[in-house]
Design a protein around this ligand. Structure first.
Ligand SMILES: *Cc1c(COP(=O)(O)O)cnc(C)c1O
Length: 225
């Protein structure tokens, strides 16, 4: 399928989800996750009008960045090793996987601009999932205050690997609740207006529960493997 056809279908689904919960589709950013696909396919996504691309490894980001440069907005969505920060920091606009202080310190050190970050939270408590414990999130965000090159624009999560709608929904609700707690604190370094949640299989539920960024790979650009 052409990216354009997938995009049209996804947009139609987003529109109906928004209609259902009285949200404006303009408030939802579609991030095309291109980690599985070729540079050509990523270029096709940009041609189709997608403004945001997501990669989860520094090599993948580098390869696509070399061709597409700053045409799209780049999102880093994967586990980020501290020693890899210097490879990606000048190429990405937004890091969705901030989950520890050592990483935050390295980001802060390697740039002289303010980097938009999302704190990754493990709402499901699954061992295999990255992200900080929801109970530690507020303390973690407070601890970022001295790191003046980091702005916490929101929270990110990966839902549990399940098709159980109620479990998915409660994970997204939990992240939304945490966002409200952070916003209530009115921290200058953490406006926390974004919620990055929802992937190919669960983006509709995520939007119903307040997602402002959905990270869609398979359903949008495909999965070549
Ligand atoms: C791969 C990946 C996605 C996209 O997954 P799909 O199910 O293919 O849409 C979204 N977020 C993260 C963090 C990923 O690693």
């Amino acid at each position: 399928m052409r990216v354009q056809e997938n995009l049209n279908m996804i947009k139609a689904n987003i529109d109906s989800a928004c209609e259902k919960v009285k949200r404006d589709p303009k408030d939802i950013r579609i991030i095309a996750v291109t980690k599985y696909v070729s540079i050509d396919r990523a270029a096709e996504a940009v041609e189709a009008g997608i403004l945001d691309l997501g990669e989860n490894r520094d090599e993948g980001l580098q390869a696509k960045w070399d061709v597409l440069k700053d045409k799209p907005t780049w999102h880093f969505i994967g586990t980020l090793q501290t020693r890899k920060v210097k490879n990606i920091i000048d190429k990405v606009d937004c890091i969705h996987s901030l989950d520890r202080l050592s990483l935050a310190k390295e980001i802060n050190k390697r740039t002289d601009k303010v980097v938009d970050c999302l704190v990754q939270v493990n709402v499901s408590g699954e061992e295999s999932k990255q992200g900080i414990d929801p109970n530690d999130a507020i303390e973690f965000i407070n601890a970022l205050k001295p790191l003046t090159n980091i702005r916490v624009i929101g929270l990110m999560t990966m839902a549990p690997f399940t098709s159980d709608e109620e479990i998915l929904r409660s994970s997204f609700k939990r992240l939304k609740g945490l966002q409200e707690q952070v916003q209530f604190l009115r921290l200058a370094h953490a406006p926390c207006n974004e919620l990055s949640m929802g992937m190919s299989n669960d983006f509709i539920i995520a939007i119903e529960e307040g997602a402002t960024m959905v990270r869609i790979g398979t359903a949008l650009v495909g999965n070549e493997s």
